[in-house]
Design a protein around this ligand. Structure first.
Ligand SMILES: *Cc1c(COP(=O)(O)O)cnc(C)c1O
Length: 426
């Protein structure tokens, strides 16, 4: 499509957008008396207008039934979490029995590493991206310590080559080969939180398996944002949060994936809790853990239903909109943003270095802009004009137009504010 940097063109794209009505299903934060341009759905997705009702339903049932709500609530709490695998299956590309919703993200990362990072004397290394999200770095380090190992012997980071901001797939694959026999686990994010780069998960997983290592992904920035085929890629395990692209509220419940070939392996080591125990005799309260032979067998605690109600409200919107449609619009929004930023660079002097890959298969909604001049001032100007964006030291503005509630006009207006600022100050 031949894009144009004009309000008329942006409005035309909005008119043609089959998902345009979904914006009305979300609360858009108000700044200076008008709707903000909310570009931080990669950090905290917006609240669906239906969420309060979903949560209220559970609060009412709690009020009306007390403990009986476990079995007699409108959505009985004892099985509440069982709602999710079906609706997440196509979002992450998995079979329902491979999915469980439980806990929070970093907790799940630890639980899954307990099962899938089993270092031996010879095979003990973890290969990951340099500058992974800090919580993940801390998790990897503490898992090494838990096994009595020195994190600096264990953790092998793959970094971008000099000056670049993204990591070459070949460098990842070469590193896996290089450390082959000594590698226990290869673990990357699906979408890098800082650069917005989408990793080639399929190739990474294949390379990990070729050297006999397990492979996992942290999909915090990928779930609900890019196309995933966890089952077909043979990924061993993955986890994600629900409050970024999945719009399920601050600190919302997390999702976990464990591949079909592992779920029935009841000998697999794990941290056990009663909610992972065979449902038939869970309430007999007997000793000796018998894990459910699905991803549910990794559950510890009974489900946080109030937080899950928020998750359900959001996933119902995904279902209604169709994930396929969401991905298509996301691509177009991100292409349009890319075009606008390049157009600004073209008509002013290049002050925006886009560090997210231009190749559409290597990016999702997020674009990270390294500001070569006046970064903080431009960011402040954006905030003043009602754009909610994210600032990362030293000079990066991360923005993510999200298909369910952002418009092409949002993208145009964003560009217009930056261009106006540059023209005024130069
Ligand atoms: C957002 C994010 C987290 C946050 O972890 P919580 O346990 O949900 O607080 C962790 N890892 C990555 C890669 C993230 O993007």
């Amino acid at each position: 499509m031949q894009f144009e940097n004009s309000i008329d063109f942006a409005k035309k794209l909005d008119e043609q957008d089959s998902l345009k009505h979904f914006r009305d299903q979300f609360y858009i934060p108000i700044v200076n008396g008008k709707e903000s341009i909310y570009f931080t759905g990669n950090s905290l997705g917006l609240q669906p207008k239906t969420t309060q009702d979903y949560v209220l339903t559970e609060l009412e049932d709690w009020a009306n039934y007390g403990v009986e709500g476990h079995f007699h609530a409108r959505n009985p709490w004892v099985s509440y979490h069982e709602i999710f695998p079906e609706s997440l299956a196509n979002i992450v590309g998995a079979l329902p029995e491979e999915i469980v919703v439980m806990n929070q993200l970093t907790v799940n990362l630890h639980l899954l590493m307990i099962s899938f990072y089993r270092p031996t004397k010879k095979r003990y290394k973890i290969i990951c991206e340099a500058k992974a999200f800090p919580s993940d770095q801390y998790a990897f380090q503490s898992q090494a310590l838990l096994h009595g190992l020195n994190p600096s012997d264990v953790i092998i980071e793959v970094a971008p080559k000099n000056g670049a901001h993204c990591i070459q797939t070949n460098d990842i694959l070469d590193t896996i080969k290089l450390h082959g026999n000594e590698t226990a686990l290869v673990i990357f994010s699906g979408v890098q939180y800082y650069s917005g780069q989408v990793f080639d998960m399929k190739s990474i997983c294949k390379a990990a398996h070729e050297v006999g290592a397990n492979c996992g992904f942290d999909l915090a920035h990928a779930a609900g944002n890019v196309s995933l085929e966890l089952h077909d890629w043979n990924v061993d395990f993955a986890c994600w949060c629900s409050y970024k692209y999945l719009n399920s509220g601050p600190g919302g419940v997390s999702g976990a994936f464990i591949h079909q070939r592992h779920i029935a392996d009841t000998n697999m080591l794990r941290l056990a809790g009663w909610w992972g125990h065979d449902k038939e005799n869970r309430f007999k309260m007997e000793k000796d853990f018998q894990p459910i032979p699905t991803a549910e067998g990794w559950q510890l605690s009974n489900a946080p239903v109030i937080s899950m109600a928020a998750h359900k409200s959001s996933l119902d919107i995904f279902q209604e909109a169709g994930f396929h449609n969401i991905l298509s619009k996301g691509k177009l929004l991100s292409d349009y943003l890319f075009f606008i930023l390049k157009d600004i660079n073209h008509s002013t002097k290049n002050i925006i270095e886009i560090i997210t890959p231009e190749n559409p298969t290597e990016r999702g909604c997020q674009i990270s802009m390294l500001m070569l001049q006046d970064g903080k001032k431009i960011f402040d100007a954006l905030m003043k004009e009602g754009v909610i964006a994210d600032w990362r030291e030293p000079n990066v503005i991360r923005i993510a137009p999200v298909p369910l509630y952002n418009s092409f006009e949002d993208v145009f207006q964003f560009g217009k504010i930056i261009k106006g600022f540059i023209e005024k100050t130069n």
